[in-house]
Design a protein around this ligand. Sequence first.
Ligand code: ADP
Length: 447
Amino acid sequence: MFEKILIANRGEIALRIHRACREMGIKTVAVHSTADSDAMHVRLADEAVCIGPPASRDSYLNVPAILTAATITGADAIHPGVGFLSENANFATMVEEHDLVFIGPRPEHISLMGDKVAAKKAAKDLGIPVVPGSPRAVTSEKDAESVAEDIGYPLLIKASAGGGGRGMKIAGDASELKEAYRLARSEAKAAFGNDEVYMERYLGKPRHIEIQLLADGHGNVVHLGERDCSLQRRHQKLLEEAPSPALNADEREKIGRRVTDAMSDLGYASAGTIEFLYENGEFYFIEMNTRIQVEHPISEAITGVDIVREQIRVAAGAPLGFTQEDVKLWGHAIECRINAENPENFMPSPGTVREYHAPGGLGVRVDSGLYAGYKIPPHYDSLIAKLIVHGQTRNECLMRLRRALEEFVIEGVDTSIPLHQRLIAENDFVNGHYDIHWLERFMGLKS
Ligand code: ADP
């Protein structure tokens, strides 16, 4: 097992990884920008190295500085967390070239799944159902027209290098196609430096359902059930629940077996998530994330599996300590992402946290690096806390969530807590009747 892990990330996920390491008796190295010197994970880590100024490109994306920090502190492995360098195959390769272990899958699997056209083709070849669409990049307006004839309208034009919902445009009918194609390409070019796009059928009222996987590269692949992440604003998830109110045990078992078989054929090793749109009883692959995800704690809550610990064990070459038969889903879990932002207009709200009290009690988990007096820097993602609530039933989970949100005190900055309170009081939510467009309708926003 590793003796020392460098955590190449910040915020709550860095703290989450630190906690897993601590429980395993592994020492931690925090790397941080000058804006994060007072962060909780930096305080708790065994060692800390400042790797640059606040801008991410000069610190959390600064590969030479991170590799140097790992070398001088004598770390054995690097955990990339989420975002930043977590899905960068070149980084994973360089980590290996420096005789360090990258805690994630092999670089070729990161690049395969990072190219959405290649990922969709691979998924299809592996027997995973995909959204009907062009099996390749669309290269001209003429090409787009002929592909559109096959797919039908409405359709979606998406960036091959996509992420965060950018470079995605809907064409409602043939008259909108050229403009949507042009816009998707220019947005993709601006966001990713790559204007390659592809097309697929636009699904009207799908849910976003994803399957959590763990694979050890010794032939063992298990799934930990699904998460329903349909509550999104501008393709950003806000609240997630497990299991999905829309799936039954039979459907879960079928799709679970499909994806574990596929990952076993691929030879995948590490934690991973396969994301689907789900409509009228059918699953359609949209992408695979080859890293730990923000919403992983709800799967931990209903299975009791520490996903980060397993990810570290597998990276060290250990086999998974359990099989699919050992995984028992128990109860219901919901995660609320709490952002430092105005709950009405979503303007970021960085600043000093004057008062802080996290809720507790049975079935309540809070992943957050906040404390009274902490200054939320303006340079990064606005996620400041995750509230994860577990109950024996969905109903108990909702009652507990209502209570926990009431108890949560974060003063000095605006947060999304009031939005979560409104959201969980809605009948549609209470009844589990929602799709990926529900939240934006509720907020009176257009996507
Ligand atoms: P990104 O990598 O940019 O996040 P995804 O392919 O994961 O892109 O899609 C992000 C979100 O966009 C999905 O969760 C869903 O809300 C919406 N979406 C993606 N593909 C489709 C589709 N074919 N039809 C309808 N909505 C879609």
